[in-house]
Design a protein around this ligand. Structure first.
Ligand SMILES: O=C(O)CCC(=O)C(=O)O
Ligand SMILES: [Mn+2]
Length: 194
């Protein structure tokens, strides 16, 4: 099944459950868990410095400033290029950076935000591959009382585009019962000189 458009006001959201077959998704999960230099970065909250409730890594030709943290430009590892190319082919767009998130278990999470950093351009296109444990992905409209939710299952591909980041926030809430890890790759296009 190809990418299917989700019915969502003021946004483009596309979803493909079977982007990677389970054995392929498991192969990538194991490789990424092992090969990536995962880091837990600080976050400033209510005047205190805490650690982010997940691990991350950035690969890209440009640096990426996100949540007031600048992730330096880091060359793409050659072993990751086949997955990047497969995503580019499915989406019909090219990407020059990937933010990887590792949620060690259901206690790790990501709070409400939009991916609206200036270096992503006016209408960012973000392609997100999910590996490992299925997790809820929640969306809420910024101006209207609208909500949406997806279960991001292993091997699925989600694409956010168009006005999505202008009008919607998204989050990956905690799921207390989840004991397994999840790795997520969010492919992005950084516009140089912004
Ligand atoms: O883990 C996810 O699926 C969401 C990740 C995300 O929103 C981000 O990296 O900006
Ligand atoms: Mn995001």
């Amino acid at each position: 099944m190809p990418l299917e458009r989700q019915l969502l006001t003021d946004a483009e959201l596309w979803w493909q459950a079977d982007f990677l077959p389970a054995p392929v998704a498991q192969h990538w999960y194991a490789l990424l868990q092992e090969q990536v230099n995962w880091q837990q970065l600080p976050i400033r909250m209510f005047g205190r410095v805490l650690l982010q409730p997940r691990l991350l890594c950035w690969y890209g030709e440009a640096s990426y400033t996100y949540s007031k943290l600048t992730l330096p430009a880091t060359p793409w590892p050659a072993w990751l290029l086949p997955l990047k190319q497969q995503v580019e082919q499915a989406v019909g767009a090219s990407f020059n950076g990937v933010l990887l998130n590792y949620y060690r278990d259901g206690q790790d999470s990501m709070g409400w935000h939009s991916d609206d950093e200036p270096e992503l351009g006016r209408d960012p296109m973000i392609a997100s591959v999910s590996l490992g444990a299925a997790r809820r992905f929640t969306l809420k409209h910024k101006q209207q009382p609208l909500k949406h939710e997806l279960l991001l299952t292993e091997g699925s591909l989600l694409v956010m585009a168009g006005y999505m980041q202008h009008h919607w926030l998204h989050a990956l809430p905690k799921m207390a019962r989840v004991q397994d890890g999840r790795i997520n790759l969010t492919f992005r296009q950084i516009i140089f000189g912004s």
